[in-house]
Design a protein around this ligand. Structure first.
Ligand code: ADP
Ligand code: MG
Length: 355
C-alpha cells in the first residue's frame, strides 16, 4: 500500500514536471533569421519570450555583422557602403605611402592577428593578400600560380611590416604592394560582435552559425549544452564528431570548404605563408574557446601548423581546446575535450584515444 502511494506521488511529480516544462516551453519562443554575408550563409537563432524583442535583437546583431564586414571588405563594389567605409581597402591603397586612421574594431582585429602571427611563428599572416590574389580563390577562375610570380608575391608578405599604432589608432603597411586579407579573422570577430549586441538586448540563449563558425550564448533551449556537429572532411553529409558547447565558440577551418581541382590535386584556400601553397598538414581543425574572434584566428593558426605543434600550442593557451583531423586520417584532440566530444571516426580515420 505504502509502495503504491509512493508510486502515485512519483507519477504526480513527474506529470507536474512535464506540464511545467510544457508551459515554460510555450512561453519560450525561437526566432531564426538567415542572411548571406561575408561570402557565406549566416544564421542567427535566439530564444526568449517577447517576439518583438527577439526580432529587434537579431536586427542589431546583423547590423554589427554588416558593419564589420564592410570595414574589412578587401574588394568592395562601387556604390556600396563597404566601398565608402572599408578601412582595409584604404589601408591597402596607402601601402608604402602613409598610415591610415582606422576604426577601433579594425585595430582590434589587426592587434589580434599580429599577436598570433608571432605565437604561430608566421603560420598565421593577414598580409597574405598578394598571394591570395594570385591564386584567385574568390574569382571564377582560380589557378595554380607560376612559381616565379608566387615568389614575387611572397616577398610582399610579412606581418612585421604591418604597423598597428593603438595609441594613434592608425595602420600602416610599410611596403608598396602589400595587402591585408582579413578572411581568417573578420567572420569570427563579427560573430562575437553580434553576440555582444544580442546580450545588450537582453538575450540569454542564442546560436550563431556563420558558415561553420559557431558561437553559442548560454545553454540550449532544453537547458543542456548545445550539440554541435563537426563535419566529416571527406563525406559531405557525415559527421566526424559531436561537441557539447555552452557559452562558447567552435570554429572549423577545413580543406574541403573552398577549393578547386587541377592536375589531379585539390588546392584549397588556407595557405602556408612560408611557401605560398595550401597548408597540407590537416583536413580539418576546430578551435574551441569562449570568444568567436579568437576561435576564428586559432582555427587558421592550427590548420597551418603540424598537428603535434597545433596541439602543443592549444594546450599552452588558457581556455583553448582543439579537435583536429590530420591529413593522414588521425583524429586528435586536447585533453580538455574529453567527455565533451563524441567521436564518430568513419572509415579511413583513426581515433587516437591516448590524447
Ligand atoms: P574559412 O574562410 O573557411 O572560415 P579560415 O577562417 O581558415 O577559413 O580563413 C581562410 C581565409 O583566410 C582565406 O580565404 C584567406 O582569406 C585567409 N588566409 C589564408 N591563409 C591564411 C594564413 N596562413 N594566415 C592568415 N590568413 C589566411
Ligand atoms: Mg579562421
Amino acid at each position: 500500500m505504502r509502495k503504491q502511494r509512493a508510486l502515485f506521488a512519483l507519477v504526480c511529480l513527474l506529470l507536474g514536471a512535464v506540464s511545467a516544462g510544457l508551459l515554460l516551453g510555450q512561453r519560450t519562443r525561437e526566432y531564426k533569421s538567415d542572411q548571406f554575408l561575408m561570402d557565406t550563409l549566416v544564421s542567427i537563432r535566439v530564444y526568449g519570450k517577447d517576439a518583438d524583442k527577439l526580432r529587434e535583437a537579431v536586427a542589431a546583431a546583423y547590423a554589427e555583422m554588416h558593419r564589420i564586414a564592410d570595414l574589412a571588405d578587401g574588394f568592395p563594389q562601387p556604390g556600396t557602403t563597404a566601398y565608402r567605409i572599408s578601412d582595409v581597402c584604404r589601408i591597402n591603397e596607402q601601402a608604402g605611402l602613409k598610415p591610415v586612421s582606422a576604426d577601433k574594431d579594425v585595430i582590434a582585429m589587426l592587434t589580434l592577428a599580429k599577436k598570433y602571427h608571432s605565437l604561430s611563428e608566421g603560420a598565421f599572416d593577414v598580409t597574405i593578400g598578394p598571394v591570395m590574389d594570385l591564386w584567385g580563390f574568390g574569382r571564377n577562375d582560380p589557378q595554380v600560380p607560376p612559381p616565379g610570380r608566387l615568389g614575387e608575391a611572397l616577398a610582399l608578405v610579412g606581418s612585421k611590416d604591418l604597423v598597428v599604432n593603438e595609441r594613434e589608432q592608425t595602420v600602416f603597411l610599410r611596403k608598396a604592394g602589400m595587402k591585408l586579407d582579413l578572411g581568417a579573422v573578420a567572420k569570427g570577430y563579427a560573430t562575437e560582435k553580434a553576440i555582444q549586441a544580442l546580450k545588450r538586448h537582453g538575450i540569454e540563449k542564442a546560436l550563431i552559425d556563420a558558415g561553420g563558425n559557431i558561437r553559442v550564448l548560454g545553454k540550449s533551449r532544453r537547458d543542456i549544452p548545445w550539440r554541435i556537429g563537426i563535419k566529416d572532411p571527406r563525406k559531405a553529409d557525415a559527421l566526424t564528431a559531436v561537441l557539447a558547447l555552452e557559452d562558447s565558440a567552435a570554429v572549423t577551418s577545413g580543406d574541403y570548404y573552398r577549393y578547386f581541382e587541377a592536375g589531379g590535386k585539390r588546392w584549397h584556400h588556407i595557405l602556408d605563408p612560408r611557401t605560398g601553397y595550401p597548408a597540407a598538414e590537416n583536413m580539418s581543425v576546430t578551435a574551441v574557446t569562449a570568444d568567436a574572434g579568437l576561435a576564428d584566428v586559432l582555427s587558421t593558426v592550427f590548420f597551418v601548423l603540424k598537428p603535434e605543434k597545433a596541439l602543443e600550442l592549444a594546450e599552452k593557451l588558457e581556455g583553448v581546446d582543439l579537435f583536429l583531423v590530420a591529413d593522414d586520417g588521425r583524429i586528435l584532440h586536447t585533453p580538455g575535450l574529453r567527455g565533451r566530444v563524441e567521436v564518430k571516426a568513419g572509415e579511413g580515420y583513426r581515433h587516437d584515444q591516448g590524447r
